[in-house]
Design a protein around this ligand. Structure first.
Ligand SMILES: [Mg+2]
Length: 220
């Protein structure tokens, strides 16, 4: 099987540290600025808007004010966030186990606001070398493009797709895809029955260890 993992909220908790990372980035880049704690709180609320499902809202793209999610400050924020990010329980062990079982294990996630930083974050958490391949979609590469690339490289075997944002699954993948929603509280608040009803072959896990059971069931 090909087993593909999203990163944020699936393999790592990079969400509960968002506010602290904003605070530290403000300290680094704007040490003279008063009210850094409050600003960090506000920025955290803004960032949450980026985590919402995007479909159906194509006409009203949310744009960050002050270009705060680009450039120097954004880089500082991502670096601080990377330092504070913690792998979820079992992340390393489950990836290793799946590779030992002979599966193709790939990282399959969206590009961050800054190109190239995903690889840095994967390395920072000691996860990079556990993957057979790292595939990133985002600007210029749609999820569909990324999926076709996987099919071209690794063939037509069962594709197990693990992600904490199940709305990403809608209209993506193929008949040979099994969709695994990794429940993560921060993003789960945006998941509705309406979203889940649109996903065939859906499995729900509440921790990474349970993925081993899903894979075992699919292997029979
Ligand atoms: Mg995610």
């Amino acid at each position: 099987m090909i087993i593909a993992f999203d990163f944020d909220g699936t393999l790592v908790d990079s969400y509960s540290c968002i506010e602290e990372a904003f605070y530290r980035a403000l300290e680094r880049e704007y040490p003279w600025l008063p009210g850094k704690r409050s600003i960090a709180k506000l920025l955290t609320k803004l960032e949450l808007q980026f985590e919402r499902p995007k479909f159906g809202k194509t006409g009203r793209k949310i744009r960050p004010p002050l270009k705060i999610f680009q450039g120097r400050f954004a880089r500082a924020w991502f670096e601080e966030r990377a330092k504070l990010t913690k792998p979820l329980d079992g992340a390393h062990e489950v990836l290793k186990e799946l590779r030992d079982q002979g599966h193709i294990v790939i990282s399959f996630s969206a590009e961050d606001f800054i190109p190239g930083i995903k690889e840095f974050r994967l390395r920072q958490n000691g996860l990079y070398d556990l993957f057979d391949d790292v595939i990133i979609f985002g600007k210029g590469v749609s999820i569909k493009d990324a999926f076709s690339l996987v099919r071209k490289k690794y063939g037509n075997e069962t594709f197990v797709w693990v992600d904490d944002k199940p709305w990403r699954f809608i209209g993506n993948g193929d008949e040979n895809t099994e969709y695994v929603w990794m429940y993560f509280p921060y993003t789960a608040r945006f998941v509705t029955d309406d979203i889940l009803d649109k996903i065939p072959h859906l499995h729900v896990i509440y921790d990474l260890w349970s993925l081993l059971d899903v894979v075992k069931r699919l292997s029979v």
